[in-house]
Design a protein around this ligand. Sequence first.
Ligand SMILES: Cc1cc2nc3c(=O)[nH]c(=O)nc-3n(C[C@H](O)[C@H](O)[C@H](O)COP(=O)(O)O)c2cc1C
Length: 277
Amino acid sequence: MKKVVIYYFSGTGNTWWLAEELKKLLIIKNTTAVAYSIEGVTAEQVPQQLKNADHIVIGFPVYGSTAPKLMQEFIKELPMASNHQTATVFGTQALASGDTAYFIGRRLAEKGYKLMQTLHFRMMNNLHLPMFRFYPPKNDHRTIALHRKCLPKLDKLATAISKDQRQIRGKYTLGIILGKLQRSHMDAMIEKVSKHFDVSTEACVHCNKCIRICPTQNIMAVNGTYAFGANCNACLRCYSQCPQNAILIGAASADAEKYPRYRGPQEDFNPFKLIKP
Ligand SMILES: Cc1cc2nc3c(=O)[nH]c(=O)nc-3n(C[C@H](O)[C@H](O)[C@H](O)COP(=O)(O)O)c2cc1C
């Protein structure tokens, strides 16, 4: 039986949802599939998990035609492929992804994994800030409608993985040019966003959820308020999951009606699922 290992990073839940659905579909299609949030595994565990794997899947949210830094670092540390291991890369995105999955897929190919599938899935947007106004996220049936649209494509992906069918998306000239352009701005954009983090002292109830769920341990309690370090990935998990909407990115985001937070792919989404137990 084919053994598939899925590794994903998810800031606000979309990629987690997709990775878990893919795992279920792969199991239905007679493969052995496991899914890990990269925040929940240690560097020592990964080579063991991959030892007898036939296929590796990497999933992440698209950030300006590339992967979040945490995922890029995870891929750098991955062991070289052994025994003709194959790979899938998928990105979740709100609108446009260019060549993202193919671009990241090439990093896996450099490690010896045979790149078989690269693709993108449209899901709910989580990025709507005073300095980056994409469309506002919707925490209602529209999120579920996007999921429904993803499922047939996800089913095809599971079939392609189980039957070794090649399915490469994002490898076209315009996509590659747009991808390059977007990537060249991404570090500056993340730095800009991360400099605007603040906490509303009126709204905050000091539950410390933000500290506990930050994937880079970038938030610290200092003198009765919070400080943000220099290691932000701009995943927006703290911003989206604060029960009081007390995390601000730009003063105008205090208006949570104008800047609604994305609460995740389903009502009972729990961000603690993504981190180390
Ligand atoms: C910093 C940042 C950059 C983003 N850049 C893009 C983008 O270039 N194109 C796009 O379609 N969506 C973009 N998005 C939206 C997310 O990719 C999308 O909502 C994704 O499904 C979120 O996945 P997650 O919930 O697993 O974190 C961006 C989101 C963030 C936070």
